[in-house]
Write a protein that binds this ligand. Structure first.
Ligand code: FES
Length: 157
């Protein structure tokens, strides 16, 4: 994609750039996995701003758009494995919603690699750290997000 080249150019101009990633983690599973990864001292970079959600079924695509509009370079949504949702079907609804939404944001000019979904149980700290590293690497390779971000105008006095 054309804009990827520009994004790579800007990371070359600013080699210290690090992606900001908003992680929406289900309280019952992936949030626990993040805790377990921390307790187990598994290594993953601190690029995430974690938002704890009651269930992935509660996630609205509007939350994802809001994250991108407010400067996130990537968004990661993670919940319970299919069949393990504490609200029975929340993650099934989420899976359908997100696969449609991922196609939609691609049409809006956002690279699909900026949006990640995963299923991680609270016992999978290692998997959490692995996917966290994978998400960061993918978003870092894409460079800073340029689409959907608010343009903040500053007046020079
Ligand atoms: S309770 Fe975790 S995805 Fe529904």
């Amino acid at each position: 994609m054309g804009f990827s080249i520009n994004n790579q150019q800007s990371t070359i101009n600013n080699p210290k750039w690090e992606p900001k990633i908003v992680a929406f983690l289900c309280n019952w599973c992936s949030y626990g996995a993040a805790d377990l990864a921390g307790i187990s001292r598994l290594q993953y970079p601190p690029n995430f701003r974690v938002i704890r959600i009651p269930c992935t079924g509660r996630m609205s695509p509007k939350f994802i758009l809001a994250a991108f509009r407010n400067g996130a370079d990537g968004v990661w949504v993670s919940g319970c494995h299919p069949g393990d949702c504490h609200y029975l079907e929340g993650n099934y609804y989420a899976r359908r919603k997100f696969s449609l939404f991922k196609n939609l944001i691609e049409h809006m000019g956002v690279e699909p690699g900026r949006l990640h979904f995963s299923w991680i149980s609270s016992a999978e700290g290692t998997k959490f750290a692995e996917i966290a590293n994978e998400v960061i690497k993918t978003v870092r390779d894409l460079g800073p997000a340029r689409h959907l971000t608010k343009r903040i105008k500053t007046k020079v006095a």
